[in-house]
Ligand binder design. Structure first.
Ligand SMILES: C[S@@+](CC[C@H](N)C(=O)[O-])C[C@H]1O[C@@H](n2cnc3c(N)ncnc32)[C@H](O)[C@@H]1O
Length: 290
């Protein structure tokens, strides 16, 4: 079978029978980095995904309909990110009670007082940092695990921190079950239950950082763990008035560092759940300084 490599633009012959398979897998054709579903037509997309990934045709239709909205609202703009959105089965990351609403615009409750971020926001934040294959990406706020799964179609080096222990454990089971079903790409996700304010020093430095909880300042440890010329997206501001900022840690020719900030929503407020902290071993209060 001939297949076009969307990363290099070259065409190669792919022998599907040579790919490793999983005894317990229910994904008909395990993921490979060149996999690219058709994007221009709803039926072709659904047919390809049913054949390659074994997913539900109705939910695939809903995923595609939201995809058209992501493009129309300029929340997603390059082919690699379009593929990441289309390949990620969001239905596996929401609670059963919200399955009928999985491809709605907005965030949804996932229990523990927190949410799965809405698809438009996930797409815009992820496309903004433009993760490349091989780059190290740190996510603060694993939550449902959806964002981390989405990232696994863009890079094979992901670290994700979640502060709520039972949620961290539940999401670990979600990822493990999906890996066992054949979504082997999620094995690229390293996770820990910790306070993400302090980043992940042992794995630093990172090319990209994505923060999915809101705070009134950029945590100095995260800026410190970002590589020179690295990019972070982070919701900044007081509760109820957060702006999602793109932070570039720009290094000049003389080695000096300047921090550039821009608002990826051009002034619109986008609120997130709070950036919380531990107090006496439990999650209590926030890291806000003001
Ligand atoms: C909007 S939610 C989850 C979004 C998530 N990326 C997803 O795909 O579902 C933000 C998450 O940040 C977590 N969080 C809040 N403060 C944190 C901290 N200090 N360290 C790590 N995670 C934190 C919350 O518990 C919550 O799960």
């Amino acid at each position: 079978m001939k297949r076009r490599n969307f990363l290099t633009g070259t065409t190669s012959t792919v022998f599907l029978s040579a790919m490793p398979t999983f005894a317990a897998a229910s994904v008909p054709m395990p993921y490979d980095v060149n996999a690219m579903p058709p994007m221009d037509d709803r039926k072709s997309f659904i047919d390809w995904m049913v054949q390659h990934r074994g997913e539900d045709a109705n939910l695939l239709g809903e995923r595609y309909d939201r995809f058209l909205q992501l493009i129309a609202h300029k929340d997603i703009w390059d082919n690699r990110n379009k593929r990441a959105y289309l390949m990620t089965p969001r239905e596996d990351f929401v609670t059963a009670a919200n399955l009928a609403r999985v491809y709605e615009w907005h965030y949804l409750d996932i229990g523990f007082g927190v949410t799965i971020t809405g698809p438009h926001t996930v797409a815009r934040m992820t496309n903004t940092i433009e993760p490349r294959m091989g780059e190290k990406v740190l996510e603060i706020g694993t939550g449902s695990g959806y964002q981390a799964a989405y990232l696994s179609y863009l890079t094979d080096k992901i670290w994700s921190v979640e502060i709520i222990k039972p949620l961290y454990e539940r999401t670990g089971r979600v990822h493990s079950n999906l890996i066992a079903k054949g979504y082997r790409e999620y094995a690229a996700i390293n996770r820990k239950n910790d306070d993400g304010y302090y980043g992940w020093p042992d794995a630093a430095p990172f090319d990209k950082i994505i923060v999915t909880c809101g705070i009134d300042h950029v945590p100095p440890p995260l800026l410190q763990q970002l590589k020179p010329n690295g990019v972070m997206v982070i919701p900044i501001g007081p509760p109820g008035a957060q702006h999602v900022l793109k932070i570039v840690k720009r290094q000049a020719a003389d080695g000096s560092i300047a921090v550039e900030r821009s608002d990826i929503y051009h002034g619109a407020i986008v609120n997130f759940v709070p950036f919380t902290k531990f107090k006496d071993g439990t999650v209590a209060g926030t890291h806000n300084s003001g």
